[in-house]
Design a protein around this ligand. Structure first.
Ligand code: SF4
Length: 310
């Protein structure tokens, strides 16, 4: 059995205008110790995938699918079992923009202690907090400080340390480098690489494909709520198959390359998605049969959802 298996995961949000098809039939798997990068443009379902995996969908619900993590069926656990024994202990998430959620009136240590209280931790709290702080390359002097006394990079590392506090097996990091300058981004990327080397499985959600190439063993490309390509990161970088993945990679600016290309058009409407391939209106290779939803066609290391590979 694989370490992580996600099958046919489908999540909808209910709005006054109708249902948003945020995540549609998503499939992927990981071996123990592997990490995955999830990429795609805004509103493609990346964050909803992370939130579904940690069962924190607000204003919506998971309508079907399976998540098996380390031999356990995550979606079959009761809410109290999941809260007490699973969330943060086996699976944790670094939320998008979370460094701004540190409480300004409490010291960093008080905020760590609060987490342990909530989880009824009975061991040596000081030792555990220090270990978590050290694991993100900070020393104990930060524990006496208030958030405003720390730089953006330090705050982000504190948030990552909080996610690691109860030693989860799998950590989801949603855009952990967004809004940080390039030097701090490099620090966070190095930190994630170190955690991975220490055996942590990471799911890194980002729109920055350059960062994914440094960390991910596998890559999942999302478009219109679907994972339209999945496979080994080397294979996807060297030989992207889906026209959207190709466009995404061609849009990365390079130092000595020519002008980056852009994908014309807009993301699909997820409120009333059309039948067929969601990329059809923007795809330079669209054909008549693309009006039918493409199934998953096998590639050497994963799959691609595009009729070109039938
Ligand atoms: Fe383009 Fe058709 Fe492939 Fe969709 S299925 S990406 S429209 S070729």
């Amino acid at each position: 059995m694989k370490f992580l298996e996600v099958e046919n995961l489908t999540t909808r949000y209910q709005t006054s205008k109708g249902q948003i098809h945020a995540l549609d039939d998503v499939n992927f798997s990981l071996e123990k110790g592997e990490s995955i990068g999830i990429a795609g443009e805004s509103a493609c379902g990346k964050s909803t995938l992370g939130l579904s995996m940690i069962r924190m969908i607000q204003g919506g619900k998971i309508v079907s699918g399976k998540i098996n993590l380390d031999g356990e069926s995550v979606l079959d656990l009761t809410e109290s079992d999941f809260n007490q024994n699973y969330r943060w202990k086996k699976i944790a998430m670094v939320f998008q923009g979370a460094m701004n959620s540190l409480d300004p009136v409490y010291t960093i240590k008080q905020q760590f202690v609060e987490i342990l209280k909530q989880h009824k931790y009975e061991g040596d709290s000081d030792k555990l907090i220090l270990k978590a702080i050290n694991s993100v390359n900070l020393d104990e002097s930060v524990l006496k400080k208030y958030p405003h006394e720390l730089s953006g990079g330090m705050k982000q590392r504190i948030i990552i340390a909080m996610a690691l506090l109860l030693k989860p097996k799998f950590v989801i990091a949603d855009e952990p480098t967004t809004a940080l300058d390039v030097l701090i981004q490099a620090q966070i990327v190095n930190l994630l690489k170190k955690l991975k080397k220490d055996g942590m499985s990471i799911m890194l959600i980002t729109h920055d494909l350059a960062i994914l190439s440094e960390i991910a063993d596998k890559i999942g490309i999302m478009y219109g709520g679907k994972m339209i390509e999945f496979g080994n990161s080397n294979a996807i970088y060297k030989n992207p198959k889906h026209p959207y993945t190709q466009g995404l990679l061609e849009s990365i600016p390079t130092l000595h390359g020519g002008k980056p290309k852009f994908i014309k058009g807009n993301p699909p409407d997820l409120l009333s998605p059309k039948e067929g391939c969601k990329f059809i209106d923007r795809c330079p290779e669209a054909m008549e049969k693309c009006k039918k939803d493409p199934p998953r066609f096998k590639t050497d290391s994963g799959y691609v959802m595009c009729w070109l590979y039938e």
